[in-house]
Design a protein around this ligand. Structure first.
Ligand code: AMP
Ligand code: GLY
Length: 422
């Protein structure tokens, strides 16, 4: 089968490398891909948001299957466009991708179907939001309704901070139209867990759980990023909690989407907080998380292509989805300064022989050399029987990679290892 993959980050590199293990996998095209992905797929410079460009490419190359992983093209309806063309896709249609595309939609869905989440209020007028924020308790969370590159949630500790967040989102529109509606949410506490799942709209199969490290600097300091590293499994996510999540969150969500006429097929990501009052949904993503995918897929022992086809065709119940009982760690090497200002254009030296996997995110080829081109440059991933060995392995691998202006957090996995020791 010849496959078209849309996207160009570490997540897509992990997806492509895992698809290549399938004996049914033929040629892979990746739009736009990146300098590292080019070693594993034919890359063409068509942006993931250039729907017309992607459709034209698919008309010409006639892929047998397409995998759409970034949020923007999913929410813009790329899967609908490709399916109309006769290209079967892994990924939700536009009317299901709204579960990530609109936080107001997902909040209302959870309220209607009794799915546990933070209490919240919706505002379309800045004045009304501010009047409420004058009287509510702190900390609180102010969230833009739409997509905002993972930066649309602000934890505010006082009315002063809330005022700034509301002004940024609703008046200065730093996230564009994504901020024309906002939510003010109750502040929850507890460990966070990411659970990615495969679903065909009827059956939901959770993958191994993971833990992201969202803050930029060591010690959980600095601004929120897309993610500076991950470990899997997440030690806070016990079997008992997993069963509770299946009963109270995963199945009810899949059934709710179907009941709303928005059957979700693809990867549904549950961002959970294990609060003293039980697990609650912090957010849904309509796609694989990044860098979560970089630790989850290396632990998958079954055939990813078969699973993706089963999600598309409604046959997930009959398909094997098995994960290794081991652990994995991903340490992201970033350009220092990310997620704000940073310099790129530095040559990357990779080890000739390596133990583990390197998934490339922000790099391009220049005269046959790999040079940095983004904030998150690459993920160094190690799998091992224990989390401790996986963390050591990922850092050992990261030490063999060199480029100018490189930065990594020194404490990926530290919290998870401490929790295991408790
Ligand atoms: P989101 O964009 O909704 O995923 O939020 C980004 C991050 O903000 C989450 O990973 C949490 O760490 C934090 N966050 C979001 N909502 C809440 C909440 N209601 N209470 C506490 N922290 C939150
Ligand atoms: N790492 C979080 C996300 O992909 O949204």
């Amino acid at each position: 089968m010849n496959i078209l993959v849309i996207g160009g980050g570490g997540r897509e590199h992990a997806v492509i490398k895992t698809l290549k293990k399938s004996k049914d996998c033929g040629k892979i095209w990746c739009l736009p891909g990146n300098g590292g992905i080019a070693a594993d797929a034919e890359c063409y410079p068509v942006k993931a948001t250039d729907l017309a460009g992607i459709v034209a490419f698919a008309k010409e190359k006639k892929p047998d299957f397409a995998v759409v992983t970034p949020d923007d093209p999913l929410c813009m309806g790329l899967v609908d466009r490709l399916e109309e063309l006769g290209v079967p896709c892994f990924g939700p249609s536009k009317n299901a991708a709204v579960i990530e595309g609109s936080k107001v939609f997902s909040k209302e869905l959870m309220k209607k179907y009794g799915i546990p989440t933070a209490e919240s209020r919706v505002f379309t007028e800045a004045d009304e939001a501010l009047a409420y924020l004058r009287t509510c308790g702190y900390p609180a969370v102010v969230k833009a309704d739409g997509l905002a590159l993972g930066k649309g949630a602000v934890i505010v500790n006082s009315f002063g901070e809330a005022e700034v967040a509301v002004k940024d989102m609703m008046i200065d529109k730093i996230f564009g139209e994504s901020g024309s509606r906002i939510l003010v949410e109750e502040f929850l506490t507890g460990p966070e867990v990411s659970v990615l799942s495969f679903t065909d709209g009827n059956v939901v199969v959770p993958m191994v759980s993971s833990m992201d490290h969202k803050r930029a600097r060591t010690g959980d300091e600095g601004p929120n990023t897309g993610g500076m590293g991950t470990v899997a499994p997440n030690p806070y996510y016990t079997e008992k909690i997993a069963e509770q999540c299946m009963r109270e969150i995963f199945l009810p969500t899949i059934r709710a989407m179907k009941a709303e006429g928005r059957t979700f097929r693809g990867c549904l990501y549950f961002g959970l907080m294990l609060t003293p009052n039980g697990p609650k949904v912090i957010e849904y993503n309509c796609r694989f998380g990044d860098p979560e995918t970089q630790v989850v897929l290396p632990l998958l022992e079954s055939d990813l292509l078969k699973i993706m086809l089963a999600c598309r065709n409604g046959t997930l119940a009959e398909t094997e989805v098995k994960f290794s009982s081991g652990a994995a760690c991903c340490v992201v090497l970033a350009s220092d300064g990310y997620p704000q200002k940073y310099k790129t254009g530095y040559e990357i030296t990779l080890p000739k022989r390596k133990k583990g996997e390197i998934f490339v995110a922000g790099a391009r080829l220049e005269g046959g050399k790999l040079v940095t081109s983004g904030g998150r440059v690459l993920g160094c991933v190690s799998t091992a029987p224990t989390l401790e060995e996986a963390v050591k392995g990922a850092y050992a691998l990261a030490d063999t990679v060199r480029f100018g202006n490189a930065y990594k957090r020194a404490d990926i996995g530290k919290r998870a290892l401490a929790a295991l020791g408790d």
